[in-house]
Design a protein around this ligand. Structure first.
Ligand SMILES: Nc1ncnc2c1ncn2[C@@H]1O[C@H](COP(=O)(O)OP(=O)(O)O)[C@@H](O)[C@H]1O
Ligand SMILES: CC(C)(COP(=O)(O)O)[C@@H](O)C(=O)NCCC(=O)O
Ligand SMILES: [K+]
Length: 244
């Protein structure tokens, strides 16, 4: 079996696969003491671990120690690359790109259905555009939902607000409404902007992933929800590098 790990700035997501079929899936908060406790009884059967991560080097080393304590299999970290197959990274300094973005793009590219946008609504929100030819056209990095709410709470003395699941975008009449509706309003504008970019660039598909994907869909983003897009791309990359 192979353990695939996507370690983001907030959560660690994993898939356990054996002979092409899914054995288990789970997630844990990034700093969890024992993120793989649910699959401890299977650890002896894991023959390889592949990781896509954007966490700091210090945290990455801690994750490596946790994985080494968990199972005896080799651990391979995969990073953003200049190109893979027909997919070509727009970054000149490829190693500065988050591995999660590259792996999500590679998963979408592998579907072989033409140009696309990938939206990853995690700790930060990333948007990447890829043309029919496989050329990455570049992207955007924006603060994610919790990051945005945290900065409003921390950096402004008089913005106190409550949590809300309301999906309203009309002008608010309280601090909570102004903040929470503001987020939906911003996301709706972002969704419209992504649609307009895709029309202009001739990209036929939008894929959305990340912990806040559903919020973006509720705010009006028209996209296919692929919760495990990063892990899917990582699985493809790791499978190829094993065969090389
Ligand atoms: N169980 C959860 N724990 C933490 N955040 C969650 C959870 N479910 C949804 N979220 C939302 O998902 C976002 C993090 O998404 P995720 O894709 O896990 O991020 P990352 O890849 O950066 O770790 C948070 O901003 C939060 O709003
Ligand atoms: C933009 C990101 C923080 C998103 O990561 P996440 O929010 O999913 O944890 C990550 O892809 C990253 O650290 N990127 C490095 C900068 C870049 O991609 O240009
Ligand atoms: K991510």
């Amino acid at each position: 079996m192979k353990l695939l790990v996507d370690a983001g700035n907030t959560r660690l997501k994993w898939l356990l696969v054996g002979d092409g079929h899914l054995v288990g899936t789970g997630s844990a908060i990034l700093d969890a003491d024992d993120p793989f406790c649910d699959i401890r009884c299977q650890s002896a059967h894991i023959r390889r671990v592949a990781v896509s991560t954007v966490i700091s080097e210090e945290r990455r080393q801690h994750l490596q120690v946790q994985l080494e304590a968990f199972c005896r299999a080799p651990i391979v970290f995969h990073w953003a690359e200049p190109r893979r197959g027909g997919l070509v990274n727009a970054y000149t300094e490829t190693d500065r790109m988050g591995a999660d973005r590259w792996h999500a793009m590679y998963a979408a590219w592998q579907a072989d259905e033409g140009g696309f946008a990938v939206v990853d609504a995690g700790s930060a929100i990333t948007i990447d555009y890829v043309a029919d030819t496989g050329a990455h056209l570049g992207g955007y990095i924006l603060p994610g939902k919790q990051m945005m709410l945290r900065s409003l709470r921390q950096d402004a003395a008089r913005i106190g607000f409550d949590a809300s699941d309301v999906q309203a975008a009309e002008p608010g009449a309280s601090t909570t409404e102004c903040v929470q509706h503001g987020l939906v309003w911003l996301w709706a504008s972002m969704a419209a902007r992504i649609e307009a970019d895709c029309r202009r660039l001739g990209l036929g598909r939008v894929l959305v992933t990340g912990g806040d994907a559903e919020g973006l869909l509720d705010a009006g983003l028209s996209a296919h929800h692929e919760p495990s897009l990063v892990l899917k791309g990582l699985a493809a990359v790791d499978g190829e590098s094993e065969r090389e």
